[in-house]
Design a protein around this ligand. Structure first.
Ligand code: PEP
Length: 251
C-alpha cells in the first residue's frame, strides 16, 4: 500500500554538465519503472538543468536542503518558493551531514519541516544515531528525541507530507550497511512511535526509507523488510548504472 521510494542524494557532486548527463542516463534507463518513485537530489546549482532533463519523465526532483523563511536577509540560503519554481517536489531536511558540519538541530529541522508541510513540497526528514550512540544502546532514545523534536507541531494530516529516512550515521559512506534485521528493528519502532503520536492510520501511510551504504547487492534484502519503504542512497547514486540497479530492486 506504500509506494516505495528510491532517492539519490548527490551531495556536493556533479557540475551542471555532469548532472545533466547523469539525469539523462537515469531517465533513459528507467522508462518502464512504475513499481517505485524515483527521486534525484542534485546540488542547488544543477537543479534547473536536471529539471529540464527529467521533464515529462517519472523522475522526481528534490533539493538537499531548504530554508524555513519565505524570503529575507539570509545569505546563502534558498527558499521553498525558489525550489518550487524550479520544479522541485521534495526537499531533504536534517541530513546527518547538515547536523554534523552545519549545526543543524532538531529545532531547525522542525522549522524547516513546518514550513515545507504548508507548501507544495514534501519533506524527506533524516534521523539516525551515531556509532557511540548505537554502541551505548541509547539509539532508541536518540531517535525518539529526533522524531519528537523534528516533527513537533505536525498533525496526522501534515504528517502525510513527509517521508522519513532512517540513516544510522555509522552506516553512511562507510560500506557498513545495517543488516536488514537491524534496520527493520528501528523502522518498526519508528512506525510504533508515529502510531502512538498520530494514530495508526496515518502511521501506516508514512514511507520510512533506509539510508547507509545501500548498494545494488543489498537493496533487495532491505526491501523485503515490512517497514522499509525505500532507500536514500549516497555513493551508489552517482553512477547511473548502480543507481538504476537499486531502482530495479524487484527484478
Ligand atoms: C547518505 O548520505 O544519505 C547516504 C546514505 O550515503 P551512502 O549511501 O554513501 O552511505
Amino acid at each position: 500500500m506504500r509506494t516505495p521510494v528510491i532517492a539519490g542524494n548527490w551531495k556536493m557532486h556533479k557540475t551542471t554538465g555532469e548532472a545533466r548527463a547523469l539525469a539523462r542516463a537515469i531517465r533513459e534507463g528507467m522508462s518502464e519503472t512504475d513499481h517505485c518513485q524515483v527521486v534525484v537530489a542534485p546540488p542547488y546549482t544543477a537543479l534547473a538543468a536536471v529539471a529540464e532533463e527529467i521533464r515529462s519523465s517519472r523522475v522526481f526532483l528534490a533539493a538537499q536542503n531548504v530554508h524555513w523563511e519565505p524570503k529575507g536577509a539570509f545569505t546563502g540560503e534558498v527558499s521553498i518558493a525558489m525550489l518550487e519554481e524550479l520544479g522541485c517536489g521534495m526537499a531533504i531536511i536534517g541530513h546527518s551531514e547538515r547536523r554534523q558540519y552545519f549545526a543543524e538541530t532538531d529545532e531547525t529541522v522542525n522549522r524547516k519541516v513546518r514550513a515545507v508541510v504548508q507548501s507544495q513540497l514534501q519533506a524527506i526528514v533524516c534521523i539516525g544515531e551515531t556509532l557511540p550512540q548505537r554502541e551505548s544502546g541509547s539509539y532508541h532514545q536518540v531517535i525518539t528525541q529526533q522524531l519528537a523534536g523534528g516533527l513537533a507541531g505536525l498533525t496526522h494530516q501534515t504528517l502525510l507530507r513527509i517521508i522519513l529516512a532512517y540513516e544510522p550515521v555509522w552506516a553512511i559512506g562507510t560500506g557498513r550497511t545495517a543488516s536488514p534485521e537491524t534496520a527493520q528493528e528501528v523502522h518498526g519502532s519508528i512506525r510504533d512511535w508515529l502510531s502512538q503520536k498520530f494514530g495508526r492510520e496515518a502511521a501506516q501511510q508514512v514511507r520510512i526509507l533506509y539510508g547507509g551504504s545501500v548498494k545494488p547487492d543489498n537493496i533487495a534484502d532491505l526491501m523485503r523488510q515490512p517497514d522499509i519503504d525505500g532507500a536514500l542512497v549516497g555513493g551508489a547514486c552517482l553512477e547511473a548504472e548502480s543507481f538504476l540497479r537499486i531502482v530495479r530492486f524487484n527484478s
